[in-house]
Each structure stands twice: as structure tokens, then as C-alpha cells.
Design a protein around this ligand. Sequence first.
Ligand SMILES: Cc1cc2nc3c(=O)[nH]c(=O)nc-3n(C[C@H](O)[C@H](O)[C@H](O)COP(=O)(O)OP(=O)(O)OC[C@H]3O[C@@H](n4cnc5c(N)ncnc54)[C@H](O)[C@@H]3O)c2cc1C
Ligand SMILES: NC(=O)c1ccc[n+]([C@@H]2O[C@H](COP(=O)([O-])OP(=O)(O)OC[C@H]3O[C@@H](n4cnc5c(N)ncnc54)[C@H](O)[C@@H]3O)[C@@H](O)[C@H]2O)c1
Length: 469
Amino acid sequence: MLTTDICVIGAGAGGLSVAAGAAQMGARVVLVEGGEMGGDCLNAGCVPSKALIAAARAAEAQRRGFPGIAPQDPRIDFAAVRDHVAAVIAGIAPMDSQARFEGLGCTVIRAMARFTSPREVAAGGYRIRARRFVLATGSRPVVPEIAGIEATPYLTNETIFALRDRPRHLVILGGGPVGIELAQAHRRLGSEVTVIEAATALGREDPEAAALVLDQLRAEGVRLIEGQAVVRLAGGAEGIEATLADGTGVGGSHLLLATGRRAALEGLGLTEAGIAHTAQGVTVTPGLRTTNRRVYAVGDVTGGPQFTHLAGWQAGIVIRRIVLGLPSRAGPRAIPRVTYTAPELAQVGLTEAEARAVHGERLTVTRAGLAHNDRARTEGLGTGFAKVMVVRGRPVGATIVGPQAGELISLWSLAIAARLKLSAVASTVLPYPTLGEVSKRAAGAYFSPRLFGNPLLRRIVRLIQDRVP
Ligand SMILES: Cc1cc2nc3c(=O)[nH]c(=O)nc-3n(C[C@H](O)[C@H](O)[C@H](O)COP(=O)(O)OP(=O)(O)OC[C@H]3O[C@@H](n4cnc5c(N)ncnc54)[C@H](O)[C@@H]3O)c2cc1C
Ligand SMILES: NC(=O)c1ccc[n+]([C@@H]2O[C@H](COP(=O)([O-])OP(=O)(O)OC[C@H]3O[C@@H](n4cnc5c(N)ncnc54)[C@H](O)[C@@H]3O)[C@@H](O)[C@H]2O)c1
């Protein structure tokens, strides 16, 4: 029997942040992890996907060349790319390791946890009683119910990064961020790629920005089928065959399921613990408390948007509440999201359509294109734009599509979270020449109609000028 202040279940992005913060502030922490330390983001999500995308970008740069630099077909050693992915994970792993967390003072148990009562958890032969529990068990890939799927070999994000042989033809079900990022990466690394999306690819994103990304994927040779459900799957060692609703067959060598992710709730004994939940996730209050007042939840298991930075931010809320005893609520904040394609697509706050639905006539959309950005020109980059949704002089959302959009969105995350006025961005001095100037230009475009061609201002300027000796 272990008794402790806090028992954290799941050592991924959310759980590790809670455990590290709580232990370093002096709380006694038991951390229970049933799989790999670091969870999905480190082992099967953000880190391997971005490492693969970096290799794909290097291959594409060779393929394209540069004015004066001859393009060439990249010679791709897929197994070595896979080694790079593994090396990046190994490089980050010590930060998330059992040894580091034991060094911080946590008791780490490597086993699956299960509530046996509202105040007790069993894991690996231990019984753990804690003042507070934090559920951070993340999410698992959804396996859609399609006829024949049980007899068809398939990959998910949990297995695809282990492939050492390049898939000859990767068929991807699902055109969300997982499907689209991995489609472009594999295409650039030399695979044939077909994406089958039942609805609209990147359907949560601003359609104009998503179109730029999807056009680029098509231009690079990704076959994109939208608005078509797969009704039957078949396959064996030689490959797979998907049959679409209209009867068309799509064949490939490998199948990747990227059809969404669902909260990992199985085997947790939630009912025994009095923790209400739906298939989407654990039910939580704005302060992230479950229906069992001893138990909090953070990250993907709460059924909200699935991002590492959101899990980390929620961890901060829970630490304030259960370690420091301070009130804190996970109220509406500007949570950014980025799809790491080329071009990147970044969003924070409301999209244009969302802002119009909420604010109607009060909304002004201001924008600037990368075509007029000098740094984009010197780099040979050009497509993309920033658009900012403005209500009463303050930004309520920003969409950026283009190179490094994921870096550029930070300014708008700050502006929206701190409720800055748009004039604060327009009057900030930014270094020249940088891609970031696109944000300032978009902010400036909001004011230029008020300054340039304004008849009242023109009359005032005339009066001033006529008085100047
Ligand atoms: C391919 C891919 C790419 C992604 N890229 C990005 C990105 O670029 N940026 C971004 O912000 N997000 C990205 N995400 C999402 C991100 O990975 C998740 O939002 C994040 O990992 C959620 O953290 P978490 O702590 O909730 O869960 P996880 O990190 O999944 O951690 C949960 C942990 O709990 C453990 N666990 C589960 N059940 C039990 C149990 N009963 N007992 C003990 N332990 C248990 C699991 O083994 C796991 O280690 C990506 C996801 C995928 C799949
Ligand atoms: N860059 C990032 O931040 C990043 C990258 C990858 C994943 N993630 C996170 O991981 C989560 C999961 O990503 P995802 O792309 O797997 O899920 P998703 O829910 O975002 O997208 C899944 C897509 O699959 C489609 N779909 C569902 N069933 C289908 C079927 N049977 N056939 C064809 N299409 C089908 C849906 O219409 C949807 O467009 C996301 O919510 C995201 O937050 C984030």
C-alpha cells in the first residue's frame, strides 16, 4: 500500500507536467505509466511525425533545387530516415524518463492502473491511496467499423514510425492533421500516397487556408479523394484494397488509419470510482475536476481538442488547484493549433467563419499576403497569407498559412490571450526582412483605409500643410 498526496495516471504530456510541477513544489507524487514514458507525443505522435517531416523537407529541397542550384532526385535511405526519427526520440527521452522523475522525487510505477474504489488505485501489485488523483491516460486511434477491416493489415500512428522499408503505396484513411501531415511526408520520401477522406480534408480549418495546403499536396502527387466513404477493405501480405461507396477500388501496399483518436478509458474502473464519462472522454468541470471530487483529468482523456500544449496548459491549472489550493479555471483561452505541412497552417482563436457566426456585422477581416513579403521573396517562398479577425479593434482570431506559420502564430496567441489591441501589433517594430512582418502588415491593413483616402483626414492634413511656412 502506498499513500501519497497526488497519484498521476499516465506519463505523457499532461501527466508528466503535473508530476514534475507537483514534485518540485514539494508534494509527494506517485506516477503510474502502463506503456512508454513520454506517452504519445514523444513516442508515436508529435516528435516522430515532425522528425519524419524534417527528413521529407530535406528530400523535397533537393528535388526542387534553387535558382543556380541544380535540382536532383534525392537518394533516400528510408531505414536511415527511420533511424533519424528514433534518434530524435532517444535524444528527448531522458527529459521524460523514469530516472529523471525519480530524481525529482516521484515514485514511478510501470504498470497499468485501475481504480478499485473511489479513493484507491491498483497498479503492478501496489494499492495506491492519494489525496488527489490526476487522470492523464491520453487517447488511442479510432478503428472504424468497415466491412473486412478485421482481416486487413493496417498501420496506425502507434506502428507506422517503426517501418524500415518505404511503403510503395500508402493508402491513408482520414484527411485530418495526422493523415495530411503523414501523406505529404511519405510522398516526399518517395511513396505513392492516396488519402481517402469521408468528408472534407482539413475540415476544421479555414477553407481558404486548407485549400492552399491541399493544392500543394496534389501538386506533389498525393491523390486526394474527398467525400467518399470506404465500404469494404480487403488485404493480405501483398497489399490492401479499399472499395469506395461508388464501387471504385483503391489498391495500395499499406493502409494507415488516421480516422481520429478517442480517449483512453478502457480498464480504468471509472464506474467503480464514480467518474462520469462518455465515449468521447471523462466529464470535467471548467476547473478540470471529474464527478469524483478527488479526481482531476488533463489532456486527450478529457475529450477536448488533442494537443500537447493544451495538455501542458491544463496541467498548470490542475497544479494550481491541487498543489497550491488556489482557484483556477480552464476558461476559454486562445489555444493555437498548427498542421505541419508545407505550407504550414496555423490557427488561433476564431476562424473567419466562426467569428462571423459569433460577431456578425461587428467583424472586420484584415489580411496580408506573403507575395509582398521581402523575406519570402529572398527565400524563394511566396504563397501564403495571414488573416486576422478583428472585433472592436481587438483580434479574436488569426489564420496563417505559409512557411513557418507555426512560428508566426505565436504573436497572435499572445495578442489574443492578453486581449491586446490590434494597434499594439501594428505599432510594434519588427526586424526586416522577416516573414513575421506579414502579421504587422495584416494589422496595418486594418488601419490603412482609416488613414489613406479618408476625406476628413485629408482636409486636416491640408489645413496643417497650408499653415506650414
Ligand atoms: C501522429 C500524431 C502527431 C501529433 N502531432 C502533434 C503536434 O504536432 N502538436 C501537438 O500539440 N499535438 C500533436 N499530437 C497530439 C498529441 O500527441 C496529444 O495531444 C498528446 O500526446 C496528449 O497528451 P496526454 O498526456 O493527454 O496523453 P499521452 O501523451 O498519450 O499520454 C498518456 C499516457 O498514459 C498511459 N496510460 C494509458 N492508460 C493507462 C493506464 N490505465 N495506466 C497507466 N498508464 C496509462 C499511456 O501509455 C500514455 O503513455 C499528435 C498526435 C498524433 C497521433
Ligand atoms: N499538428 C498537430 O498539432 C497534430 C498533428 C496530428 C494530430 N494531432 C491531433 O491528433 C488528433 C487526431 O488526428 P486525426 O487526424 O487522426 O483525427 P481528426 O479527427 O482530426 O481527423 C480524422 C479525419 O478522418 C475522417 N474520417 C473518419 N472516419 C473515416 C473513414 N471511415 N473513412 C475516411 N475518413 C474518415 C474524418 O472526417 C476526419 O476528417 C487531432 O484531433 C489533432 O488534434 C495534432
